[in-house]
Ligand binder design. Sequence first.
Ligand code: GLA
Length: 390
Amino acid sequence: MNQPHAAVVAEEFAALYGREPEGVWQAPGRINLIGEHTDYNDGFVLPVALPHAARVAVARRDDGVVRVHSSQGGGSVVEFTVESLAPGSVAGWAAYPAGALWVLREGGHAVPGIDLHLDSDVPFGAGLSSSAALQCAVLLACDELLGLGIDRPSLARLAQRAENDYVGAPVGVMDQTASLCCAEGAALFLDTRDMSQRQVPLDLAAAGLVLLVVDTRVEHGHADGAYRQRREGCERSADLLGVKALRDVEAASGPDLDALLDRLPEEELRRLTRHVVTENARVLEAVRLLDEGGLRALGPVLTAGHASQRDDFAISCAQSDTAVDTALVAGALGARQTGGGFGGCVIVLTEPALVPGITAAIAAAYAAQESWNAPAFFTATPAPGARRMR
Ligand code: GLA
């Protein structure tokens, strides 16, 4: 994809604004191998960047005016000034680039005017971090073009703040860090408490495996109540347990965990807590397996993660459960819903030879339900993080 894509985005910029862009940057979407809803609990995550990316062609202006256009945005150019930016001041898709500029301005960085043209092939609303990709592409472009010298973990925190405070979605920092910090051929082991991180090699081909991504075509959003409600429940549980965040609850299973959960007054809080605690343990287990080259053994860890999302955190849906169950029956090593939940995508770890059978079985199971959209499929290859393309 990359070079030709960057050239096309540059050409479109020139046609739109009547001058050449100063550069083109891109930032990828992601899947998460394991570690769901752990990031706002100061926990561990293990995302992988996708080849799908948001691209932005950029040229500075000296009049404080911002013009943004997106190939996916319905044709019109959205115009505002840097000075006028305030949370919610720009709506729709343009809120993402606007939020990125707002957060830079709020951080004390001098942002002149700017012309932006965006293009993205990260599917929207599929749980693959299309919005983080847009914001990270714009933030990295501004950082490098304006010579701001912000390191990538700090850029990820800025992108999270843009999403939290400008767009109004109470997300954690996983997606932004994945987009900015992932490396080709690796999963990113991130400790969201202190942003410490390590690239964990993920050589699927060497293990004779692939990661199949199933888009359930059930759209989700994070600005809505369900994500926020889970987050608030986790924070309440941490308070009641007297810890800073649920990450600090270390008993991962057995009587110790049960005794601890008994201290929580509501079943819902016990379930939320159990998910976060066991999920953090699953991330550590997954990293250990990858370090030891035990990729096949990752399968059951993924599947256990799905059960926890379904039964404890209550963020699955019929389409995700069907994709997971059908993949397992068709011989997959493991499967789970990835991302914020309530639909989006399911990842399936399997041998390549089984992919046609798995996709056919899932497509048939969906077709049998009158109201379900047909699922979409692709295989994920761990791609590089955000970078300048030209
Ligand atoms: C969304 C959020 C992330 C994270 C995941 C769940 O993708 O943007 O911060 O909370 O959900 O793991």
